[in-house]
Design a protein around this ligand. Structure first.
Ligand SMILES: [Zn+2]
Ligand SMILES: [Zn+2]
Length: 154
């Protein structure tokens, strides 16, 4: 649970930092993605016009599979632009767990790439093109020639 002590906040601004287990995210593990790392957050809370303003960042590590070459790797995901405002807070404690979960989830992409320049697997022979070259490429050039012919007909 991530909570803000509002009574304390009335006296001074608060820095709240800590970690939660990955269970906080309630992400179902799939073959393509598992949230196993801790979720760590660093927040700053202040009183603004009787409301509570919370700003800061949250991050975690996702174990995932590259969408192109199926290599497994760990990816740090961070949302450093959290900014939430709670109007007219009356409770002595403000539970922001749900919102922090949401802020983390919106930063987790659906697809991961081990690198922007990942060449992926050859669609014909399945070889990892980051490691090896295959001969399918030559055949592909052949079919390109046919498309060029098709274009000529038009
Ligand atoms: Zn890759
Ligand atoms: Zn190939």
């Amino acid at each position: 649970m991530i909570k803000i002590n509002v009574l304390q906040l009335e006296r001074q601004e608060l820095d709240i930092a800590g970690t939660e287990s990955a269970a906080l995210l309630e992400i179902e593990d799939t073959e393509l993605m598992q949230a196993k790392g801790k979720v760590s957050y660093q927040l700053h809370a202040s009183l603004v016009n009787r409301g509570v303003l919370v700003a800061g960042s949250v991050k975690t590590v996702i174990h995932c599979v590259c969408g192109r070459c199926v290599k497994e790797f760990d990816q740090t995901v961070e949302n450093s632009s959290i900014c939430r405002y709670y109007e007219e807070v009356t409770e002595p404690e403000l539970d922001i767990t749900e919102d922090i979960r949401e802020e983390m989830l919106i930063s987790i992409p659906i697809n991961y790439l081990c690198s922007e320049s990942c060449k992926g697997l050859c669609p014909h022979c399945g070889i990892d093109l980051n490691k090896k070259k295959c001969k399918c490429h030559e055949e592909k050039t052949g079919s390109d020639a046919w498309t060029a012919l098709d274009d000529l007909k038009l």
